[in-house]
Ligand binder design. Structure first.
Ligand SMILES: [Zn+2]
Length: 314
């Protein structure tokens, strides 16, 4: 069992309504933090100006509160923290661990034929790592569009996940600053988790493939890294990641279908292996929570009549 007093965090992107899978992960993060007598931070990943919808953050917080999920302190907005991420980028550059990449998305896709895992931009084959530094500098100075990548030199990182067990992956030269100047998810996450003293990250298993990259970054920047618990995903009936088109998947949709917030909390808590009576208050769920009892299987969302089921996929 982990030590008591974890600092956890839930870090949604305010790009739309939270669906059952997001809410389940949030509940897991909250239960893990509270059951350790620790704290939970709410961090809004509002870095992507193309996708963020300002009204989404308020709606997400309202939904979390409706489920009894609370957090400590004010929400943290990554969009206000660019100076921190820029400082980390400068540090990486000083260490000789970055280079500019001029490849287009299509070029990266074409070159990255070997699927090393579903990373956010696919494994990068290192094309621009081989450019002479003077050539890179010249093209940057000429104003050629580019992102910034890490120079990982094919490093491997392993970690022991509390749910997935041992995970090991080659770290590719992933993006730390996008072509549009926005700090990349992996960089912002590592900087923030370290600076905010996060000791345990509970998040969806779809992000497990980013963890070796984040551990490499933390090592390289000499920052502490948290422990990880990746929880399984909720999938639609067609086996793809849950989305609006699968039916009543948001709290508002579910309420319209006759399933109130407490019913949804019961459903999600049961799916996390929490044995408690229907309508149990949040404190009772915390008391009954055992992270070792979280089922490992992904769940299939099924709406049958006016009930919703989350069925383990064997
Ligand atoms: Zn490139």
């Amino acid at each position: 069992m982990p030590a008591t007093g974890h600092v956890g965090r839930y870090a949604p992107s305010p790009t739309g309504d939270l669906h059952l899978g997001n809410l389940r992960t949030a509940l897991a993060a909250w239960l893990a933090a509270r059951s350790s007598l620790g704290s939970l931070l709410l961090r809004m990943d509002d870095l992507d100006p193309d996708r963020v919808r300002p009204e989404s953050a308020a709606a997400q917080m309202k939904d979390l509160r409706a489920l009894g999920i609370d957090w400590d302190g004010a929400p943290i907005w990554q969009g206000t923290r660019f100076a921190r991420y820029d400082a980390a980028l400068r540090r990486l550059a000083e260490l000789g661990r970055t280079y500019p990449c001029f490849c287009s998305r299509a070029e990266v896709r074409a070159a990255a034929s070997a699927p090393h895992g579903p990373g956010e931009e696919g494994a990068y084959p290192g094309t621009c790592a081989r450019l002479a530094p003077a050539e890179g500098d010249r093209r940057v100075a000429a104003g050629e569009p580019h992102c910034i990548r890490v120079r990982a030199n094919g490093a491997t990182r392993s970690f022991v996940d509390q749910s997935l067990g041992s995970v090991s992956a080659i770290v590719d030269d992933f993006v730390v600053r996008r072509r549009d100047g926005v700090p990349a998810y992996n960089l912002a996450t590592v900087v923030d988790d370290a600076e905010m003293g996060v000791t345990e990250v509970v998040r969806g298993a779809d992000l497990a493939s980013t963890t070796p990259r984040q551990l490499w970054l933390a090592d390289t920047l000499d920052l502490p890294a948290p422990s990880f618990l990746h929880v399984s995903l909720v999938l639609g009936a067609d086996g793809s990641r849950l989305a609006k088109r699968h039916g009543a998947v948001t709290l508002a949709d579910l309420a319209a279908a006759g399933l109130g917030a407490v019913d949804v909390r019961d459903l999600l808590a049961r799916s996390l292996g929490v044995e408690a009576a229907d309508g149990a208050p949040p404190a009772a769920l915390v008391a009954a929570f055992d992270r070792a009892a979280i089922p490992h299987a992904d769940l299939r969302y099924e709406a049958i009549g006016d009930t919703v089921r989350l069925t383990p996929i064997s």
